[in-house]
Design a protein around this ligand. Structure first.
Ligand code: SF4
Length: 288
């Protein structure tokens, strides 16, 4: 019997990542004599980083002192001092912070300015979360970053000191995680203000993938294991059906038996997964 292999419609680059990759490439092609430096990986995908490097676009953790050129701020955003530092060093700054990430930063600033204890739901070490925190911190220090309720519990004493609590969430988080945090905070606050800042692209991708998983006996998530939104997708789908998370088609070989035994296979991909990687996975699956 033929297998049904379905690729989710919202798989691969989101508009923020697409804009960041396309604009950076365009910058280089229009400014061949200028050095282009991206602060941190433009997206969490080693294939794309290699491609940029081959075009002469440098990925760096710090801007070199002895050079000038263009400094690209990636879609995750950056702390205000990163912008200042780049300008002080003589770099021209091109800000490719995703507009959805900018919205989270604005909401976080608003809450801190209005005197709320700010709770940022997200991974403390993730660059997007670090930038949200850094932008809000200019206006006040009452900020807690927690990826989940268990971590939040360790801040119990501090939370109880505040009557007004404001919440924002990393754009790629799971809605279930936000709901758990809200349920936990609600009895502790006199006033709880929640901004659901999970971006539309993430919500759509997660909802569509969940629906596809309901009708599949195997789900394949394609994308970097360093990418937050891709790992969240895999976590969500694991609770619904058998799910594997691969970075490229080569990893499919390890799952030959699983794939052969599955009748309905669904495929989705994270926001930082390029089309050619998804296409290679689909080709290989169709040949198994
Ligand atoms: S995942 Fe959402 S917030 Fe992040 S870059 Fe894509 S569209 Fe923007």
């Amino acid at each position: 019997m033929n297998k049904n292999i379905k690729l989710a419609k919202h798989a691969g680059f989101c508009y923020g990542v697409k804009r960041a990759v396309e604009t950076t490439k365009k910058l280089k092609s229009e400014n061949k004599n200028k050095e282009i430096f991206v602060l941190g990986e433009l997206i969490h995908n080693s294939h794309v980083i290699n491609e940029l490097s081959n075009l002469g676009i440098h990925t760096v953790d710090e801007l070199p002192q002895d050079k000038t050129g263009v400094c690209v701020i990636r879609s995750h955003g950056a702390a205000p001092e990163v912008f200042e530092n780049a300008k002080d060093k003589g770099y021209e700054v091109v800000d490719l912070t995703c507009l959805d990430v900018k919205k989270v930063q604005q909401k976080a600033i608003e809450l801190v300015k209005d005197g709320y204890l700010l709770v940022i739901v997200g991974k403390p070490e993730h660059p997007e979360v670090c930038a949200i925190r850094a932008n809000a911190e200019i206006y006040g220090k009452n900020i807690i970053v927690a990826p989940d309720v268990d971590t939040l519990k360790s801040y119990d004493e501090e939370i109880k000191k505040h009557k007004r609590i404001g919440v924002v969430v990393q754009t790629t988080q799971r809605i279930e995680n936000l709901k758990n945090v809200v349920d936990y905070l609600l009895p502790m606050a006199k006033e709880l203000k929640v901004f659901n800042t999970i971006c539309a692209s993430t919500s759509l991708r997660q909802t569509e993938a969940k629906n596809l998983a309901q009708e599949s006996d195997l789900m394949i998530v394609v994308g970097s294991k360093k990418s937050a939104n891709t790992t969240h997708l895999a976590e969500i789908l694991t609770g619904i059906t058998q799910t594997i998370h691969i970075e490229t088609d080569e990893e499919l070989d390890r799952y030959n038996e699983l794939i052969k035994n599955a009748q309905n296979i669904g495929v989705t991909a994270g926001a930082s997964t390029p089309d050619n990687i998804i296409n290679n996975v689909m080709k290989k699956l169709n040949n198994i």
